[in-house]
Design a binder for this molecule. Structure first.
Ligand SMILES: [Fe+2]
Length: 208
């Protein structure tokens, strides 16, 4: 199996306005698999600016996840282990061999640190990982070089593009946006497109 690297999209947004910290605190904690209209309803600052930067993609063919993170030093706002997003689950179980590399990419953007880490080079594996944990073990044992993406920049990634979150180094607010092609999105029913709960990623040995 080939592990791919992300593609920088030359769609920089560092010059564009973002919701203020105060606006973020007034809103929900994000959008869960919503449409462009759902993002616009919840975060009207993001659609005409940030999402317009990727308008060369067919935005109606995508669904959108937005997550607003209140950061805490030393904590992870996202999954800290190497994994790939939206790996197919035919029959309900994860199957890296079922990835179709010809699908359109997922599009990723984060407003600031801590940003996501990706492999620096494409890597070839002799076998398919049997789980995300197995992939994490392979990448750690292989000591593959990696890098952190730039904030306020759009990147393309695929179902075979491993990545991991990094820990916050200071308190603050961070916005995460991921656009997922509908053709690879989960078949699970969306209960609420307004994100009403936060996922939590704490180290197992965390203590106050
Ligand atoms: Fe991920």
């Amino acid at each position: 199996m080939r592990l791919s690297t992300p593609q920088w999209l030359n769609a920089e947004t560092w010059h564009l306005p973002l919701p203020t910290d105060e606006q973020l605190q007034e809103r929900s904690c994000g959008v869960h698999r919503g449409s462009i209209e759902d993002v616009d309803a919840e975060f009207p600052e993001l659609v005409p600016h940030i999402l317009e930067a990727i308008a060369s993609y067919r935005l109606d063919d995508y669904e959108y996840d937005v997550k607003v993170h209140m950061l805490f030093k030393g904590m992870y706002p996202c999954i800290p282990n190497w994994h790939c997003d939206n790996v197919p689950r035919p029959g309900g179980s994860l199957d890296y061999s079922a990835i179709n590399r010809s699908t359109p990419p997922m599009l990723l953007w984060v407003s600031g640190a801590p940003t996501t880490r990706f492999l620096f080079h494409e890597e070839a594996l002799a076998h398919y990982p049997v789980s995300h944990g197995h992939l994490d073990e392979i990448i750690r044992l292989g000591d593959f070089p990696s890098f952190s993406i730039k904030p306020k920049s759009w990147y393309a990634m695929w179902q075979d593009t491993p990545h991991r979150g990094t820990a916050a180094t200071e308190s603050g607010w961070r916005i995460f946006i991921r656009a997922t092609p509908k053709e690879i999105a989960s078949e699970r029913h969306v209960v609420s497109k307004t994100r009403r709960h936060s996922q939590v990623y704490l180290p197992h040995d965390f203590h106050w």
